[in-house]
Design a protein around this ligand. Structure first.
Ligand code: ADP
Length: 256
């Protein structure tokens, strides 16, 4: 499978170390992968969580209230982008910030304006880094952890594939943290309404989505003829193998 444009979404749990700071190592690995994809003329749009964690490193407010999370996201977003800029600079690449709320993409006019800007950024070999605009929208902070937003971004900005880098290495037949007999589902062609009803089960204080928001994102994309790949963000071997070598080792491919 050869892709021209992909969206990569990285969850807060992957970017956060010991429940506190942003993990430099994981960010470096991610930036390295993006640089390799760009060398092969694959355009990459990054959807990154992690602003709340970045904010928490300089102002340790209680993250349980939504108001505090918004404050931390607002403080952390520029810190997060600064970290990305420094890492991309090592590859002579520029990145940029785009703050969106899902409702921006409800409007044809605003979607079109964003499409033009994103196309122009990509034409200039700049990596657009999208996050939810937490000051006016709180879906990411309350539920979803950008899973929905990234699916909408992939669809509206003409990517063929959404990659979700998660704290889990694939979709399983049931929650592998609770059931030792859970089996990996390597490929998913159809998502039932039953599967979407499961209660979200996020895995850390920072994460908010759980597997259901990923399945919703998957269904949304399958319905639109797009693909999704769920892989671990704790080591990028599986996703590198899939994107760079076309070899599907670990991870789950959602495709019709
Ligand atoms: P993220 O890394 O994107 O923040 P979450 O922690 O929100 O991810 O969601 C992934 C978690 O969902 C996994 O760590 C796992 O414990 C849980 N989970 C529940 N059911 C499943 C399933 N069928 N397959 C994989 N993970 C599952």
């Amino acid at each position: 499978m050869k892709f021209k444009r992909v969206v990569i979404k990285v969850g807060s749990h992957v970017l956060t170390e010991n429940n506190r700071a942003v993990s430099k190592k994981r960010m470096i690995d991610l930036v390295d992968l993006i640089a390799k994809l760009m060398e092969r003329d694959i355009e990459v749009i990054l959807v990154s969580s992690g602003a709340v964690s970045a904010g928490y490193t300089v102002l340790p407010l209680d993250r349980l209230t939504i108001g505090n999370k918004q404050v931390l996201a607002s403080i952390g977003q520029p810190l997060l982008l600064k970290m990305y800029q420094e890492k991309f600079a090592k590859y002579n690449l520029l990145c940029s910030q785009i703050l969106l709320s899902a409702s921006d993409l409800d409007s044809k006019k605003r979607t079109h304006l964003a499409q033009v800007t994103i196309n122009n950024l990509l034409k200039n070999r700049v990596v657009p880094i999208i996050n939810e605009n937490d000051v006016i929208a709180t879906e990411e902070l309350v539920f979803g952890d950008n899973d929905q937003l990234s699916a909408s971004v992939a669809d509206n900005f003409n990517a063929e594939l959404l990659v979700i880098l998660s704290d889990i290495d694939a979709l399983y037949t049931k929650d592998p943290r609770k059931h030792s007999d859970a089996k990996i589902r390597k490929e998913v062609n159809h998502i039932t309404d039953e599967e979407l009803k499961d209660i979200p089960s996020p895995n850390s204080e920072f994460a908010t989505g759980g597997i259901v928001t990923k399945l919703k994102a998957g269904k949304y994309l399958l319905d639109r003829g797009k693909k999704m790949f769920l892989a671990t963000g704790f080591g990028l071997d599986d996703i590198s193998s899939f994107l760079l070598n076309g070899v599907h080792k670990g991870g789950t491919l959602f495709k019709r």
